[in-house]
Design a protein around this ligand. Structure first.
Ligand code: UDP
Length: 432
């Protein structure tokens, strides 16, 4: 079958941001270091390719990273590849396989994957006009090996938990990802040992403290907003913000809520989950979650379709008695940093990137079951002052390690590395 495409890849309009606005948050020395690193790179051209401009962590990061890179003189652009449901069904199967799902890919699925990558590769006629092309996650990963270019360095940026992949699915992807000049992972544990990747670099993603989702919001404004979604602002509420995806375990969150509610009858639960356009499976799982929740009027299942946008997510996080991210696999989990940044008590699954953000009982809670999640929720409700103290420590960790300027420094250092300079690439911490 031949695919007919009527338009070029969509260029995402990211608006404008200024590094100077961040200096008082991350410290002047980091802001100065970024400017110093950026100066000799002024005018370099950097293209990012990803599967969606909406929903999920990748889009979240790009909306801040791209304008800030432009602010310091890098000509950064972000494009979204073409795809239809048949392609995104396959890429979701690949995503699941890479996170450990035993289901392998059929020949037909492999063919669909390659066909759409070919289609997008053919569209990238200006590939040789860029200095750096960054390809995010598996969806567009094969584009690089389909193009012969002379100018750009190619980087694969992996956002998923690759610690225990289905070997068949990884093997299918390896020829694509090993053709890059460097690959970036959130954690050392995610680097595929068999891959023989040219340059595996480790750095975590980051959140934007000034974006509408994370900017300061008064508790009374947050209460006013959640009230409009049917939450009783005078009763406590547990929250999970995440895509409707089995790896995020919303059903486990509902189970934990039931246990908490048996001791706190006034408890409410909000599950806020956006629908990403590259995630057709999301609808099916959304329906399962709604069914599992039953007709409890205190369980609120909301999404962008109910007009829950960035400010509303902010309000839910500010208002929650505890923010939960009970994932059973998690590449990083931006929602954890988002909640800590708001000084909220956080309970996270003891998996993947969540363990790099929460130190158990120091900055938040790490759990391995619904029972444990309920238990820690009860502890938070019993001693809110102690929970707040932990969250304060968590916020300081986020400030030092997980805000976008640190991520900018990582990218700029990598660009210097490609210029042949000796630079440290694996730093994760603004203190370093
Ligand atoms: N998110 C959102 N609305 C929702 C659900 C999620 O804005 O209804 C955002 C969330 O705040 C976070 C991102 O989507 O910024 C999810 O990133 P994360 O790393 O937690 O998970 P991913 O979806 O990338 O697996």
């Amino acid at each position: 079958m031949r695919l007919v495409v009527s338009a070029p890849m969509q260029r995402v309009n990211v608006g404008h941001k200024t590094l100077a606005d961040y200096a008082s948050i991350v410290g002047r020395s980091l802001a100065d270091e970024i400017r110093t690193l950026a100066e000799p790179l002024r005018g370099k051209r950097m293209l990012h390719l990803s599967a969606t401009a909406f929903g999920g962590g990748v889009a979240e990061i790009q909306y801040t990273l791209i304008p800030l890179l432009n602010d310091v003189g890098i000509e950064a652009e972000w494009r979204v590849i073409h795809g239809r449901d048949e392609f995104f069904d396959v890429t979701k199967a690949i995503h699941n396989g890479l996170q450990g799902n035993p289901q392998s890919l059929t020949d037909e699925q492999k063919d669909v994957f390659m066909r759409y990558n070919r289609l997008n590769a053919d569209e990238l006629e200006d590939a040789d006009e860029w200095d750096l092309i960054v390809v995010h996650d598996p969806q567009p990963a094969a584009i690089r090996s389909m193009l012969t270019t002379t100018r750009p360095r190619w980087v694969w940026r992996c956002h998923i938990d690759l610690s225990d992949p289905n070997p068949d699915v990884l093997e299918f992807l390896l020829p694509s990802i090993s053709s890059y000049d460097a690959s970036i992972f959130h954690m050392h544990e995610y680097v595929p040992s068999a891959a023989g990747l040219a340059g595996a670099v480790i750095w975590p993603p980051a959140i934007d403290p000034l974006a509408p989702k994370n900017m300061a919001l008064a508790p009374e404004d947050a209460a006013y907003i959640v009230d409009q979604f049917g939450i009783d602002a005078n009763r406590p509420m547990l929250l999970q913000v995440s895509r409707f995806d089995p790896w995020k375990d919303p059903l486990g969150v509902i189970q934990a809520y039931h246990e908490v509610k048996s001791l706190h009858p006034g408890m409410q639960l909000a599950l806020v989950g956006s629908m990403a356009h590259d995630d057709p499976e999301g609808w099916e799982f959304y329906n399962q979650t709604v069914e599992f929740a039953g007709d409890d009027p205190d369980v609120h299942i909301l999404s962008n379709l109910n007009n829950v946008g960035a400010v509303e997510v902010n309000a839910f996080q500010v208002h929650a008695a505890a923010c939960i991210q009970k994932s059973i696999k998690e590449g990083f989990g931006l929602t954890v940093s988002e909640a800590l940044w708001k000084t909220r008590p956080v309970i996270g699954g003891k998996v993947g990137g969540i363990t790099s953000q929460i130190e158990d009982r120091v900055t938040g809670h790490l759990v391995s079951s619904s029972q444990e999640c309920a238990q820690r929720s009860l502890e938070i409700l019993a001693d809110p002052a102690e929970a707040r103290q932990m969250a304060r420590r968590g916020k300081e960790q986020v400030r030092l390690r997980f805000l976008t300027p640190r991520l900018m420094r990582n990218w700029l250092a990598l660009m210097h590395h490609f210029e042949g300079e000796q630079v440290e690439l694996d730093f994760h911490d603004a203190r370093a």
